[in-house]
Design a protein around this ligand. Structure first.
Ligand code: GLY
Length: 564
C-alpha cells in the first residue's frame, strides 16, 4: 500500500516513524533532537538518505552528498546531477569553506547568442532546450565536498541508485508538475524519458528511472570521470548535437569547481557566513543586514509596518547595486569590498525615509533581469558540530526540460541567469548589465545564498532556500525572525514572507500577510502585490537549551530526518 503521511507536529526522538519502503512517503516537518545529526531538504526520501549516512558514522558532508544525489532522483524538478550549486560549511575544527560548483558557459558561447539579427532577445532559447544548458557542476561539486567527508563515495551514491532503480511513490505536487510539463519533456528532449508516460501521473504512482540508475552507477564506479568523460559525457554531447546545443566533450572534461573564501560579517553577536561571488546572495545579505542595522529592528514587531518598511528599503538599494555591479569575479572587477564596507552602506542608506517609499528610480539606473525560482536547498548539522548549507539548481522548473537520452537526467537552463541582453529581465524579473554578460567559461550570476550563522564560533543557524531573486530576502527574513524577533525555527520559516527587489517597484507579500501592515505600507506609497509562495526554507536552529530544531518548509514536500 502507498501512503503519504504529513506530520506537522514537533517530535522528540524516538516518537517519529520513518518508513523504510520507498512506496511510503512520510513527510516530517520538524524535529527537535539533542546530540544527533539532522538533515532538512525538499523531499523526505532525500533527507532520509542523508540521515542514513549520519547513522552510519558519516558527518554533515557525507549526509549532504547523499541527500544531493537522492534529490537528483526523487526531486527532478530541481534536484540534479545536470545542474550546479554552492556550498557553505563550517567545521567543528573552525574551518569555513565555500565551494562553487556553478555551471559555466560553454567554450562556444558568446555575448549575443540569444539575440536575433535585429538584436531582439530570444528568451525561448536561453530558457528551454539544448542551447539553454550551462556545463553542469553538481557532480564535480560532490567530489570536491567529499574531501571533507568520512565515508566512501560509493556508499553515499547508493541510496540514490536504489531509489532510481526500485522507484518511489510520487507526491501530489510532483504528480501535478510532471503532468503539467509532459509536453515540454517531449518537445525539448530527443528521446523517451522516465518522466513521460501515456496516462497521467497520480499521487503514489511509482517513478522508476533505470537510465539514471545506470548513470549514477557509472559515477559510483569511475568517480567524476563517470560523468565528465566516458559514456555519460558521450550521451550528453550526443544529446547536444540532436538539439543544436553547444556543449562539447572538452567543455565537460575541463569543468572545474572553485573553492572560495566565504563572505562573512557580524550581526548582533553572531557571525553570518555566506556565499561570495558569483552569487549575489552574500553581498545582498551583507548590505541588507548592514543598512537595517543603521536604524535597528529593536522594539519593532515581526511583519509590522515599521519593520517591513525598513527591510524593504534596504532590499531596494541592495538589489539596485546587484543589477549594476555584479558578475563572475574571474571576468569582471570584484566589487564586494566596495559594496559591503560600512562607509558605503551608510552613504547608500543616507536617503532612507521612514515615512515613505523611496522611488526605485532614485536608487539605481540599470534595469534588472528575472531569475527562475526552481532551486533546492539542503541544511545539515552533525553531532560533532559540522554545518553544511548547500543550494543546488537546474534554474527553471525541470531546467531546460531536456533529458539526456540514454542517461536519464535533466539538464539545467542556467544560461538564462546571464544577462542575455542588458536590461532584458531573466526568468525571475531581474535585470543585469555587462558585468553579467555571457563569455566562454564564465559563471552566471546567482542569487543562491547557502548560509551558516555562528555564535561563539559554533553553528547557531543553518539556512537556505530556493526562490531565484527571492532567495537572499527569504534568508534575510528567516535569520532576522530568529535573531531579532526571537521566533523559533518553525515560526521563522513559516511566517508569511515579503520580497522587494528594486525593480519591479512592488512589494510582494504571501497569503496571510498582516492586513494592517499592507494598509500602512500602501499609505506610504508602496505598491503591494499578493503572491502565492515565497521560498522553501530549510532551517536548523541550535537553541540556547542545546536542542537542535530542524524544520522543512511548510510550503512544499520539505521534510527533516535525523541520525538514529
Ligand atoms: N538559478 C537561480 C540562481 O542561481 O539564483
Amino acid at each position: 500500500m502507498k501512503k503519504i503521511i504529513i506530520s506537522a507536529g514537533l517530535f522528540l526522538l524516538p516518537l517519529a516513524n520513518i518508513q523504510a519502503q520507498f512506496t511510503d512517503i512520510n513527510i516530517v516537518k520538524e524535529v527537535k533532537v539533542i546530540n544527533k545529526g539532522v538533515v532538512a531538504s525538499a523531499h523526505p526520501l532525500a533527507s532520509e538518505a542523508g540521515a542514513q549516512m549520519l547513522s552510519a558514522g558519516g558527518n554533515a558532508f557525507d549526509a549532504s552528498i547523499a541527500t544531493q544525489f537522492a534529490l537528483a532522483v526523487v526531486y527532478p524538478q530541481a534536484g540534479n546531477i545536470g545542474g550546479g550549486g554552492f556550498m557553505i560549511a563550517t567545521t567543528s575544527g573552525g574551518k569555513r569553506i565555500s565551494l562553487d560548483y556553478r555551471e559555466t558557459a560553454p567554450a562556444k558561447a558568446f555575448a549575443n547568442m540569444y539575440l536575433d539579427k535585429k538584436g531582439n532577445a530570444l528568451p525561448e532559447l536561453s530558457q528551454n532546450g539544448h542551447l539553454a544548458v550551462g556545463i553542469p557542476g553538481a557532480v564535480a561539486g560532490m567530489f570536491a565536498m567529499h574531501k571533507y567527508a568520512k565515508l566512501p563515495m560509493a556508499k553515499l551514491i547508493q541510496p540514490a541508485i536504489d531509489l532510481a532503480e526500485q522507484g518511489f511513490a510520487i507526491t501530489p505536487d510532483e504528480a501535478q508538475l510532471l503532468n503539467e510539463h509532459k509536453s515540454d519533456f517531449i518537445k525539448y528532449s530527443s528521446g523517451p524519458s522516465a518522466f513521460v508516460k501515456n496516462t497521467d501521473w497520480k499521487t503514489g504512482d511509482i517513478l522508476r528511472q533505470p537510465e539514471l540508475a545506470e548513470t549514477l552507477r557509472r559515477i559510483q564506479q569511475s568517480g567524476e570521470k563517470g560523468f565528465y568523460e566516458g559514456k555519460t559525457a558521450e550521451l550528453i554531447v550526443a544529446e547536444m548535437k540532436k538539439g543544436k546545443g553547444i556543449i562539447t566533450a572538452a567543455d565537460l572534461k575541463n569543468y572545474k569547481v572553485q573553492e572560495r573564501t566565504p563572505l562573512s560579517f557580524p550581526y548582533k553577536g553572531h557571525e553570518i557566513v555566506t556565499m561570495p561571488l558569483p552569487s549575489s546572495g552574500g553581498i545582498l545579505l551583507a548590505q541588507m543586514f548592514g543598512m537595517t542595522s543603521l536604524i535597528g529592528l529593536d522594539g519593532k514587531e515581526v511583519n509590522s509596518p515599521e519593520a517591513v518598511q525598513l527591510m524593504v528599503e534596504a532590499e531596494r538599494r541592495a538589489y539596485a547595486d546587484r543589477a549594476e555591479y555584479l558578475g563572475d569575479p574571474s571576468f569582471v572587477a570584484d566589487k564586494t569590498e566596495m559594496l559591503t564596507n560600512a562607509d558605503y552602506i551608510r552613504r547608500r542608506f543616507a536617503d532612507y525615509n521612514p515615512k515613505a517609499a523611496t522611488p526605485s528610480s532614485a536608487v539605481g539606473k540599470i534595469i534588472p533581469a528575472k531569475e527562475s525560482e526552481q532551486t533546492t536547498h539542503i541544511s545539515v548539522l552533525d553531532k560533532e558540530g559540522n554545518a553544511v548549507s548547500a543550494t543546488t539548481t537546474l534554474n527553471g522548473l525541470y531546467g531546460s526540460r531536456t533529458v539526456v537520452a540514454g542517461a536519464g537526467f535533466l539538464l539545467n537552463n542556467e544560461m538564462d541567469d546571464f544577462s542575455i541582453k542588458p536590461g532584458v529581465p531573466n526568468m525571475y524579473g531581474a535585470v543585469g548589465n555587462e558585468a553579467n554578460a555571457i563569455q566562454p567559461g564564465k559563471r552566471m550570476l546567482s542569487s543562491m545564498s547557502p548560509t551558516v550563522v555562528l555564535k561563539n564560533n559554533k553553528p547557531a543557524i543553518v539556512v537556505g532556500t530556493p526562490g531565484g531573486t527571492t532567495i537572499p530576502t527569504s534568508v534575510f527574513q528567516s535569520i532576522v525572525n530568529v535573531i531579532d524577533f526571537k521566533k523559533n525555527a518553525n515560526e521563522a520559516v513559516n511566517l508569511p514572507k515579503f520580497h522587494h527587489q528594486w525593480l519591479p517597484e512592488v512589494v510582494s507579500v504571501e497569503e496571510g500577510f498582516p492586513q494592517h501592515t499592507i494598509r500602512e505600507l500602501e499609505k506610504m506609497n508602496y505598491k503591494i502585490q499578493k503572491r502565492e509562495k515565497i521560498g522553501r526554507v530549510e532551517m536548523i536552529v541550535v537553541e540556547d537549551s542545546g536542542f537542535i530544531h530542524a524544520v522543512g518548509d511548510g510550503r512544499g514536500d520539505d521534510s527533516v530526518a535525523w541520525e538514529k
